[in-house]
Ligand binder design. Structure first.
Ligand SMILES: [Zn+2]
Length: 249
């Protein structure tokens, strides 16, 4: 490390302030402006695409009012630089975005982070909380009930106490971590007997009914016990769903 720093050019030494072995450089406002309009994207589960496919996806799915520059990143993902921040914001708040049957996961390129080699693992989705007893329906409680699903995000819709927000279900926006199995249902203690309360996810793709992860079909699950015939696995999954019926879709 010290040797590398010693080899830094004189040019750098003139422009940088040395704090021990840490150099500090000025950040130009123009670069911050570009970073503020940049999104990263990753196709999940992975499919074969080329840059033209991605450009077609951008125009068809995102329909930006002006240009979007498309590029690769170092993690096998994509980089999108929007001409207009409003277009980027609309994409960020919308979705899930589909390219064929896969998702285009997106995240803002955050200022100061060197994370272009880090894979994206998060998807924002609407989740419905179904069958929650009315006495439990108020904003704080609903956020608590939904929190095992993922990070609860701000939503433009507030929960009216005692009333589901739309039809019979309460809808909340959550950030899923795709490395964790989907949380589908639970029993909520109620006056007489526990109530089976469940979640339904809008815009879900390829959910494995065996391990609960998103991104593959159960027949391709790496957690299947080797050598066990598929019929037995189906039976096991049916038995499981009799104990706690899991319907995430
Ligand atoms: Zn699986």
């Amino acid at each position: 490390m010290d040797r590398q720093i010693a080899e830094l050019g004189e040019e750098l030494a003139q422009h940088a302030t040395q704090l021990g072995s840490v150099y500090e450089l000025n950040i130009e406002p123009e670069t911050l402006d570009v970073v503020a309009r940049t999104l990263r994207g990753r196709i999940f589960p992975r499919i074969q695409v080329n840059e033209d496919n991605i450009k077609t996806f951008v125009w068809n799915a995102w329909n930006p009012t002006t240009g979007v520059e498309v590029d690769h990143d170092d993690s096998g993902g994509w980089v999108f630089i929007f001409d207009k921040e409003e277009d980027m914001q609309r994409v960020l708040n919308g979705g899930p975005w589909f390219i064929h049957l896969s998702w285009m996961l997106i995240a803002k390129w955050r200022e100061g982070l060197v994370w272009e080699k880090i894979k994206l693992w998060h998807q924002n989705l609407w989740v419905q909380l179904i069958n929650a007893p009315r006495s439990h329906i108020f904003e704080k409680n609903c956020k608590l009930l939904v929190s095992p699903v993922g990070r609860v995000l701000d939503s433009p819709y507030s929960v009216s106490p005692g009333k589901p927000s739309r039809g019979r279900a309460i809808r909340m926006r959550v950030e899923l971590d795709l490395r964790k199995p989907l949380f589908c249902d639970f029993f909520l203690k109620n006056t007489e007997k526990p109530t089976w309360t469940r979640f339904a996810y809008d815009g879900l793709t390829k959910l494995c009914f065996y391990c609960g992860l998103v991104g593959h079909q159960w027949k391709k699950c790496k957690q299947l016990p080797p050598g066990v015939p598929h019929e037995e696995v189906i039976k096991e999954m049916e038995n499981r769903s009799l104990e706690a019926p899991g319907e995430c879709m």
